[in-house]
Ligand binder design. Structure first.
Ligand SMILES: [Zn+2]
Ligand SMILES: [Zn+2]
Ligand SMILES: [Zn+2]
Length: 156
């Protein structure tokens, strides 16, 4: 007899389940389904994989939280071709899957800010040099002009 020890309550729990509106097994969705759209992204807010931010927008009831740079070592990118989970840092450093060499869609980079906090990379400098200008009218040293009184005495 073969004993199936798998706990039933745990049966359907798949950490790599892709939510939203995927259209195939490689995580393409109704919004993005070119050959290269093969990754799903785990969202910081709910810890669930979605094929894209629009899937998240349409299928979740909350606003997206992006991954702060300090957490880019988290495995939050799923390659739909080989089902390998990459870290955000790995994904951002590659143009194709390090595991199966499937090419990533480079256009995704334009949307990076929707998933990851890239503000520190983009904002080169934020100097605020606008000090309120003190416009003091310097009081002119008022020269007191003392006109000499001319006392003319004519003696005849
Ligand atoms: Zn979410
Ligand atoms: Zn989508
Ligand atoms: Zn892969």
């Amino acid at each position: 007899m073969h004993a199936n020890t798998r706990a039933l309550w745990h049966d359907r729990k798949d950490p790599m389940k892709v939510y939203g509106k995927p259209v195939d097994e490689q995580t393409r969705c109704v919004h993005y389904r070119t050959d290269k759209d093969i990754i799903a992204i785990k969202f910081r807010c709910c810890g669930k994989y979605y094929p894209c931010f629009r899937c998240h927008e349409e299928c979740s009831d909350h606003a997206v939280k992006v991954w702060p740079e300090g957490q880019w070592q988290e495995r939050a990118i799923l390659c739909g071709v080989c089902r390998t989970e990459l870290t955000i840092a790995e994904y951002r450093a590659s143009s194709c899957c390090p595991s199966c060499s499937a090419e990533f869609n480079e256009a995704c980079r334009n949307h990076a800010h929707l998933y990851f906090d890239v503000s520190s990379k983009d904002a080169v400098s934020e100097r605020s040099d606008s000090r309120p200008r003190a416009e003091m009218a310097s009081p002119m040293a008022s020269a007191v002009w003392i006109s000499p009184t001319i006392t003319g005495t004519t003696i005849s």
